[in-house]
Design a protein. Structure first.
Length: 750
């Protein structure tokens, strides 16, 4: 029977990828590079090795890989984390993306490349690799240092903006000559569906998972999670976005549920498999002839990334409030491109808007910059030392303390805070109202018109649809008009001055007008009333909605359920002691911070108390809390015993935490070289006439103390073994069963 070509290709890809990644693992290089090299080896461009026969199927699997990569990214992402980051990483991220995008476009124009190549090149050069930087920090022992946390925050934001950039690039590629209005429309469309999906998803999905929690095991949870991911990917393509965008949205929705970590662990093997296929497919597009032909642009783009990120990246982090030294370490760390650059390049190829040479060029640039990443990270410190010698000490001192003088973004005026909350509230409920109206007019209205056919019944169908639509959107309209009218800021401003009262009443009026506009639209779509009548109907309906206690209770219940779902993961963390202590992040000394460390399962520290380990004297650090299973032990004293798997929260400077991290990872039990020989075996022993055990008890026989074996039972012809009493003496003909190592058993049986 002939094996399908797809299976043969998959076997070739995975076998070669497995061998190459083992080599790269041995060389301590990122696995992503190993996958790319494996793809190059099995590509049709490599004549000396076996090649993949059907590349179309491989690209299909690669698209699935992109979808699962972004789904996993969404699972590890939380919009609440972004909101808690403050303005600093947001400023840094936007500045980096803008500067590097402009550099990429400029570089493409210098090479006289087509316009779309330049635009997509700018997007590729703006995206640093989260995977590669995280791996580099881990290998260099820098992951626990303070600047690394700032870099990871910016990388998370870059990944989010990369999703938006992909949608924007698709919009640009679909238009012959997109203008500002078309771009603005694309941004508004992204924002509309993003808010709609997140709000509806966070409201409905946690509720569904809670209802079926008792019925779900690991297998069912995996199927349900992947099913949700694929369903959102399909829905995303139906409304004009990519499947990857939908997968990311579903991942970010599930990230707010208590099952997020469980789903992430279940999906990880699937993501790793399809992600490997994607990166192998990336390597298959590398063509040696193109690399030789475009050697100069490749070198120029590598220098553009290294120099551009070193300069503009450092400046961006300084604008975000980092000191000069920390900003340079952050900027130098981001001097490479990776997985999202490949995804953007794949998008350009699938849309048919970029040239064939651009993909292998970008892959080559990524490979080179990835190899240089550890060296760039190490170079940041001597580069700062060199700059420190050249610049005046006053300027260095001022730049190093720049972050201390940053204004506190949380100190906002009452007006600013209240208006921001009202604006967000109005936008969210307007989107929900618009979606509800669109669904009713798309599905319910045709249904009622078919149910009530004819010109005479046509108006009844319209009327029923209109009434049902208003009943559905009533809680949204009430929340839009009335929410935040009793907030502490509103009351304080009302009480402070009579001059505030008219503007405060105006905020209510504006929201009421928006609510009336929705009712006006429904009436206008379904009836032929005059404008005056429709406006009157709208005002009356809004007043009834605002004054209705039943609608008020519905609105409050819906909002409370949404907030509970949104905070479910945080509440679960509090219940199980996983939430961090309140004092974390409030230390005044900028070089002292808290970092997390996990005690290895084979650690030499297990069983020792904190007093015996004497971590403060050896490394200068303090253990502030221990997370063990689902319990947090805050401010542990010297009598606390360390167990394998404990998560330690440790306070110290970068240097102290680096030494502590190195110690906890290196002080482990070595592997047993005779592990296989020490396997326990079960053997039957018949006590013969010449046995040295005759007449002796178990203790006197030395089976445990001398031979390191154990008697598990006595065979007496019954269904089960009989227990061997410690006081019973061995007799000739006894049949006993003993367990022990192979060598020990041989010594007894001889």
């Amino acid at each position: 029977m002939e094996i399908p070509t797809m299976i043969q290709d998959l076997a070739l890809m995975l076998v070669v990828a497995g061998v190459v990644t083992l080599i790269f693992k041995r060389l301590k290089q990122p696995l992503v590079l190993g996958y790319i090299v494996a793809g190059f080896l099995v590509s049709p461009h490599m004549p000396l090795t076996a090649s993949v026969a059907d590349t179309e199927n491989i690209h299909l699997w690669a698209d699935i890989g992109v979808m699962f990569l972004l789904f996993s990214l969404g699972l590890d992402f939380s919009f609440k984390k972004i909101l808690k980051m403050g303005a600093s990483p947001i400023i840094s991220t936007i500045t980096i993306i803008f500067c590097m995008s402009m550099l990429g476009v400029l570089a493409g124009q210098l090479f006289n490349w087509p316009r779309m190549d330049c635009i997509f090149l700018g997007g590729m050069l703006a995206m640093s690799s989260t995977t590669i930087i995280y791996k580099a920090f881990d290998d260099l022992g820098l992951r626990q240092q303070q600047f690394a946390g700032m870099v990871m925050s910016v990388l998370i934001l870059e990944d989010i903006l990369a999703i938006v950039m992909m949608v924007m690039l698709s919009a640009i590629a679909s238009g012959n000559n997109p203008d500002g209005g078309q771009m603005l429309g694309s941004v508004m469309k992204i924002g509309f569906f993003l808010v709609l999906w997140l709000v509806v998803g966070i409201f409905a999905i946690p509720l569904f998972l809670r209802r079926v929690r008792k019925l779900i095991n690991d297998e069912v949870m995996l199927v349900v999670a992947i099913g949700m991911c694929c369903a959102m990917a399909v829905f995303s393509t139906k409304v004009g976005f990519s499947s990857a965008f939908g997968a990311f949205i579903m991942g970010s929705i599930l990230a707010e549920t208590v099952e997020a970590e469980h789903i992430e662990k279940l999906v990880e093997p699937v993501k790793n498999l399809f992600g490997a296929i994607f990166f192998v497919s990336v390597g298959m597009l590398v063509d040696l002839d193109i690399l030789v032909e475009y050697a100069f642009p490749i070198i120029a783009l590598v220098l553009t990334i290294l120099i551009g990120q070193s300069i503009f990246g450092s400046l961006s982090f300084m604008l975000g409030g980092e000191s000069l030294k920390s900003a340079m370490r952050c900027g130098f760390s981001m001097a490479q491109i990776g997985e999202f650059s490949f995804i953007i390049a794949s998008l350009g190829l699938s849309l048919g808007v970029i040239s064939d040479y651009l993909y292998p060029v970008v892959v080559a640039v990524s490979v080179i910059t990835t190899f240089l990443t550890p060296y760039m990270i190490r170079l940041s410190t001597p580069a700062y030392a060199h700059l420190e010698k050249r610049l005046p000490s006053k300027i260095i001192k001022m730049l190093n303390h720049l972050s201390m003088s940053q204004p506190n973004t949380n100190e906002q005026s009452k007006w600013k805070k209240m208006l921001a909350q009202m604006a967000i509230n109005t936008i969210v409920y307007s989107i929900l109202t618009s979606a509800a109206i669109a669904i009713m007019f798309t599905f319910a209205l045709p249904f009622f018109r078919q149910l009530l056919p004819g010109q005479e019944l046509h108006w009844y169908a319209n009327g029923i649809t209109g009434v049902l639509t208003i009943l559905i959107i009533a809680p949204f309209l009430r929340a839009m008009v009335m929410k935040k009218n009793r907030s502490p800021e509103y009351r304080a401003l009302w009480a402070e001055s009579n001059r505030n009262r008219l503007p405060l009443l105006f905020t209510i009026l504006v929201r009421a007008v928006i609510a009336v506009a929705f009712i006006f639209y429904i009436c206008h779509y379904l009836s032929r009333f005059s404008n005056a009548v429709m406006i009157t109907i709208g005002i009356v309906v809004v007043l009834m909605v605002v004054l209705s206690r039943r609608i008020k209770n519905r609105s409050i219940r819906m909002e409370r359920l949404f907030i509970m779902n949104l905070r479910s993961r945080e509440i679960e963390a509090q219940v199980h002691g996983k939430k961090r202590p309140l004092y974390e992040g409030r230390l005044l000394d900028r070089d002292v911070h808290i970092a997390d460390f996990t005690v290895p399962m084979d650690s030499q520290w297990m069983g020792s108390t904190l007093r015996q380990l004497d971590l403060g004297r050896k490394y200068g650090v303090h253990v502030s809390s221990i997370l063990r299973a689902n319990h947090r032990l805050n401010i542990p004293d010297g009598n606390y015993i360390i167990f394998p798997g404990d998560k330690l929260q440790v306070i110290g400077s970068d240097d102290q935490l680096a030494k502590f991290g190195q110690a906890i990872s290196e002080q482990v039990l070595g592997e047993d070289p005779n592990l296989e020989k020490r396997e326990m075996k079960l053997r039957q022993l018949i006590i013969g006439a010449d046995s040295p055990f005759i007449g002796k008890t178990l203790e006197e026989s030395g089976i445990r103390d001398i031979y390191s074996c154990m008697v598990v039972g006595l065979e007496e012809g019954k269904e089960n073994l009989s227990p061997f009493s410690p006081k019973r003496r061995f007799m000739e003909g006894d049949i006993i069963w003993i367990v022990g190592e192979e060598n020990s058993l041989k010594a007894i049986l001889q």
